[in-house]
Design a protein around this ligand. Structure first.
Ligand code: TYD
Length: 227
């Protein structure tokens, strides 16, 4: 598919992305949500960004684990989008065309919050190349797991064995801007982006809130159930 070609999968499947600053509990929520979809017999697939494909996972390693490289801010934007092109073309679009739900662990809002609002790269530039990387595709529903700075920094500090990636080691002000950036995105796109506030020690309460948004959304879509 040519990068300039816009796809129109708007009426097919259901594309749900999960977003939030580091330490927002997203991984736990993703596991609970995929169990919910499975238990309710929905046909769905899932993936993570950056990564999800062979090329994408290599780019992920370069972006997050190669702490010995200093990556230029603009190059960082391009690398996230390079991973995204493969992810969208190879995983997301085929699933949606198949009438499935696609659950995405992060999507382009992360580039806007991290590289844009936190990293200071021009937002119009980022949005422009996102539109190429995604073939113009947007999630139908985005769940934003909103977390406060203190909880986010604490979670980063407690990463197993001090195993922090290249984004996590950035200064606390960067993480503050990520959190604010995500909030700005939710205010800008209130129809698409639904906020699930962090609840300390209660992932189930967060899950129930997330499911209520997912159920509202799915009631408007013609998604497949397993036969
Ligand atoms: P994630 O997989 O959520 O981290 P973890 O493995 O700790 O759960 O996300 C990887 C990191 O990449 C995270 O810090 C956010 C960052 N990121 C960006 O900066 N820009 C992007 O476009 C994406 C998709 C992720």
């Amino acid at each position: 598919m040519a990068a300039q070609e816009k796809i129109s999968a708007e009426r097919l499947g259901g594309f749900i992305s999960l977003e939030g600053a580091d330490g927002c509990g997203k991984s736990t929520q993703l596991a609970l949500l995929s169990k919910y979809l499975k238990d309710n017999n929905y046909a769905f697939s899932q993936g993570r960004e950056p990564g999800g494909t062979k090329v994408g996972e290599e780019i992920r390693r370069l972006l997050l684990s190669r702490m010995d490289f200093k990556i230029n801010d603009v190059a960082e934007v391009f690398l996230f989008q390079a991973s995204r092109v493969h992810y969208v073309a190879d995983l997301v679009i085929p699933a949606l065309l198949n009438g499935e739900i696609f659950l995405s662990d992060r999507f382009y809002d992360s580039s806007i919050a991290y590289q844009g609002y936190a990293g200071g790269v021009n937002l119009d530039f980022i949005k422009h190349i996102i539109s190429y990387a995604t073939f113009g595709l947007s999630p139908h529903l985005t769940l934003l797991f909103d977390v406060d700075l203190e909880t986010s920094l604490e979670a980063i500090a407690n990463r197993q064995g001090g195993d922090r990636d290249r984004i996590e080691v950035k200064e606390s002000d960067y993480h503050r801007r990520v959190i604010r950036g995500f909030r700005r995105i939710s205010e800008t796109y209130p129809d698409r982006v639904k906020v699930v506030p962090y609840v300390s020690n209660n992932p189930q309460a967060m899950h129930e809130r997330a499911v209520s948004y997912v159920e509202d959304f799915l009631s408007t879509r013609n998604v497949n159930k397993k036969k």
